[in-house]
Ligand binder design. Structure first.
Ligand code: ASP
Length: 349
């Protein structure tokens, strides 16, 4: 995707952006939080560009909610495999988009299965701010977007998506797990690109502003070549995104079905409410998925990654297996990509 990789950090055990005085994360344990405020983190390499836009808001003392909307809008506009209208289609050849947003008051909005709208994240925000509802889907979401002045785009696939879809059609193999080993015929990103980069997923972003308020956003085209009508975790509040302004915020990427089954991001925030550091909270949620899938042969091909921040501006991420990364930004000069620590050794990459 041509996004410059500014710095790739491999971090040691428990060492994500914070220093601890205690070994344990249990509730009531004493550790010194050395977080950052403002701070924005987001999933995958595309998060670097998205963070820049978010930082334009946060760095000037702006609101986290505006930052997380404007941040992910960048990715929605990029030629990305997995976010926005240029993304891979469903198995019938249509690009359908999911997005959600949540603010510091616990208000939220989402859209799912929306077509031909360039910025589903902004429609989600309007659902939150201009309707008495939380979620609109499909034709109704599109109708609402148009009523709010969003332009109906053409439904043409991007060149990359067309190529990927034509390739996929050769086998039409429906396999809703990641396929780490090759990029042919797979039903789900992330895939390896010819240049060795990952062909990345959903963008989820969580931020804290100078006032200490938290917000989050998540936007995706979902699983590539998914069944028509399939909706993943990204627009489901509590699954792909959750914000509790008293505690922290989390977002997810990867196989949405597994995230939904454990109300993943709500779970991460609840672990933080018990006193766990964001990374440890993400790890516990990942471990729950792994326990749920114990004995299931698809586990080795399943990827889920969580990222989270807490009220102190500490951050962390964790995933099932190697290959997930996230971007962290807390100053004009610090916007870096971090490899997510992982629970399982997956297939050789
Ligand atoms: N979580 C998204 C979904 O299942 C996919 C992704 O992260 O790429 O729709």
């Amino acid at each position: 995707m041509g996004i410059p990789r500014r710095r790739l950090l491999q971090l040691g055990t428990l060492g994500l952006g914070t220093i601890f005085t205690g070994k344990t994360f249990a509730a009531g344990s004493k550790r010194v939080a050395t977080g950052h405020k403002p701070l924005v983190i987001s999933t995958w390499e595309a998060g670097i560009n998205a963070n820049k836009a978010a930082w334009n808001v946060l760095g000037k003392g702006g609101r986290a909610l505006d930052a997380v909307e404007q941040g992910v809008m960048v990715t929605e506009s990029e030629n990305n495999c997995c976010v926005g209208l240029a993304a891979n289609p469903d198995r019938d050849g249509f690009v359908t988009l999911d997005a959600s947003i949540m603010n510091e008051h616990g208000n939220c909005g989402s859209v799912a299965f929306i077509e031909k709208i360039k910025h589903p994240i902004s429609v989600a925000r309007m659902v939150m701010e201009k309707t008495p509802h939380v979620m609109l889907v499909g034709a109704g979401a599109q109708q609402f977007a148009m009523e709010q002045g969003f332009k109906l785009e053409d439904g043409n696939l991007s060149d990359d998506a067309k190529k990927a879809y034509e390739e996929w059609l050769k086998k039409s193999e429906y396999k809703p797990t990641i396929n780490i080993e090759n990029s042919k015929g797979t039903a789900f990103a992330p895939l390896r690109l010819a240049n060795g980069d990952w062909n990345h997923d959903t963008i989820g972003m969580v931020a804290i502003d100078t006032k200490g308020n938290l917000s989050g956003s998540c936007t995706t085209s979902g699983m590539a070549f998914k069944m028509r009508g399939r909706v993943g975790d990204s627009p489901i509040i509590g699954a792909g995104l959750f914000v509790d302004n008293e505690v922290g915020a989390a977002t997810a990427t990867g196989l949405g079905e597994e995230v939904i089954k454990i109300c993943g991001c709500h779970l991460v925030v609840q672990y933080m409410a018990q006193g766990l550091h964001p990374e440890e909270a993400c790890k516990k949620a990942v471990e729950k998925i792994i326990r749920n899938k114990k004995g299931d042969p698809t586990l080795k091909d399943t990827q889920v990654g969580f990222i989270a921040i807490n009220k102190q501006g500490e951050y962390g991420g964790y995933c099932i297996q190697k290959g997930f990364n996230y971007a962290v930004c807390y100053s004009d000069d610090y916007n870096v990509l971090i490899d997510g620590k992982y629970a399982m050794q997956g297939p050789a990459l």
